[in-house]
Design a binder for this molecule. Structure first.
Ligand SMILES: Nc1ncnc2c1ncn2[C@@H]1O[C@H](COP(=O)(O)OP(=O)(O)OP(=O)(O)O)[C@@H](O)[C@H]1O
Ligand SMILES: Nc1ncnc2c1ncn2[C@@H]1O[C@H](COP(=O)(O)OP(=O)(O)OP(=O)(O)O)[C@@H](O)[C@H]1O
Ligand SMILES: [Mg+2]
Ligand SMILES: [Mg+2]
Lengths: 257, 257
């Protein structure tokens, strides 16, 4: 069983890319082989693992719209992590998908994943901040969903809309889709706002909120500028330890299924 | 001359909504009548000014796709600020726009703005975090663009892509489109990262970067949970003073044109 995990939230700047990249490395350090898809046209996940964007490497866009056998992924500097990098043509992907017609436009990624013979134990998808066709393709192709939620008021606002969309998908296009959980990010426990958001989330969503809190730490926002994951940038800091704890908690939740 | 200002950045969580709402109130306090369009399906601008989302008020979605005369806007609790609130059907807007055909799909908003007889001196558009059809409609309908840029590395990555898109639009669909400038947000001057981003931005973009810096302050992230702008929440704090300075700087730049 190879979990395919969508890391999504249409709210912007909540830590989707930071979670995708550091959770990928957390898994890799546990000896799991990980395949990371960067499906955000900005290509933040690609550069956060030190891979050049917009090069001739086969991109996530090529994989998504491949007519024949999909191309191979690109290795990264990290053992056990391969990537399909973002490419500038991903900007036009949603329009290209909408022209495939009702049936195909949300299942192009799933179709090509089925054709792809790979040895990875985990597939992670980094999504753009929207509920458009790219994110819908990811959700239709995934087995699980991890939702980063920033400890801010505005980040709570769109959450019920997102969770409803997941329910609709489960009833329709993708019956196997499970919510792995919500992970609270950029938590600053010195502020009332963070404490209120954590309390609200745990009261309303209970066990769907992961125990692990990701603290706000400047090291997490510095590491991408060096093209490094947090484990490579500050191996034993609070950021790396939080993503290590997140990795362990997700592995436990998957084992308990 | 009524400036129509697009507040855009496809990078998520950089302060688009916070800037749209507080700049709107900054203008209103200077006696200018402002019309705010919330074109992000999340509806953060709508709730940040204390207006109920997803009600029967004529929404920005209705305005965008109106076949006859567009409906009137909704007043807010603030003198001089009216709004077209976001509505849940905005989620489907991009697909609806794509079905209007090549010619109309990016000019629907501009067309309806021309039909609309209003007394507002400024129109502000809050955009979702993408360069899809909603944002393109905003850019085609606007006279100016204000780009909030968070003082973070990942926020710099997508900026050149965005500025290129603006150049292409100016050569094509909208010759009058001017870059008002980039405004640096969530600046924490105690960190090297913020100082590096500010230095990079000023070196590379020079006068396109506004002088005004918006500091990171918890009050700016608390005010939306009370449905208040920063001027209403903490009138003389650092957040309100920064947005007051931003308002004055933008008015100066417009006067110098
Ligand atoms: N725990 C953290 N502490 C401090 N900074 C963080 C943390 N997590 C993420 N960041 C920073 O916050 C910003 C937003 O995070 P990130 O880009 O991962 O969010 P995102 O949800 O992927 O954004 P987008 O919606 O644009 O895809 C980035 O500059 C990132 O470096
Ligand atoms: N100067 C600031 N200081 C502290 N917090 C801020 C500041 N500006 C914005 N915020 C908070 O940061 C988060 C992101 O800001 P905001 O929602 O305005 O960005 P956005 O670009 O509109 O996001 P999206 O891409 O989702 O539309 C919000 O929770 C907001 O309250
Ligand atoms: Mg991202
Ligand atoms: Mg916003």
């Amino acid at each position: 069983h190879q979990p395919r995990i969508a890391i999504i939230n249409q709210k912007g700047g909540v830590g989707k890319t930071t979670t995708a990249v550091n959770f990928a490395h957390g898994l890799a350090l546990q000896g799991r082989k990980v395949l990371l898809f960067d499906l955000d046209p900005q290509g933040n996940a690609t550069s956060s693992v030190g891979v050049e964007k917009y090069t001739t490497n086969p991109s996530s866009h090529e994989f998504l719209l491949a007519k024949d056998d999909p191309p191979p992924p690109t290795p990264t500097a990290y053992e056990n992590i391969d990537i399909y990098p973002a490419n500038i043509s991903l900007i036009g992907a949603e329009l290209e998908l909408s022209r495939l017609g009702e049936e195909q436009m949300t299942s192009a990624l799933r179709k090509n994943l089925k054709k792809f013979n790979h040895t990875h134990e985990f597939i992670l998808f980094d999504a753009p901040p929207s509920l458009g066709l790219l994110t819908l393709n990811i959700l239709v192709a995934s087995s699980h969903v991890l939702v980063p939620v920033q400890c801010e008021y505005l980040a709570l606002e769109g959450l019920s809309m997102l969770l409803e969309t997941l329910d609709q998908l489960r009833d329709g296009h993708n019956q196997e889709l499970k919510l792995l959980g919500c992970v609270l990010t950029m938590a600053d426990l010195r502020t009332n706002l963070t404490q209120e958001v954590i309390r609200d989330m745990r009261q309303n969503l209970g066990p769907s909120v992961l125990e692990t809190l990701i603290p706000r730490t400047i090291r997490l926002s510095e590491s991408p500028s060096h093209g490094k994951t947090i484990f490579d940038y500050e191996r034993w800091g609070v950021g790396a330890r939080a993503y290590e704890a997140l990795t362990r908690e997700v592995l436990r939740r998957l084992a308990d299924e």
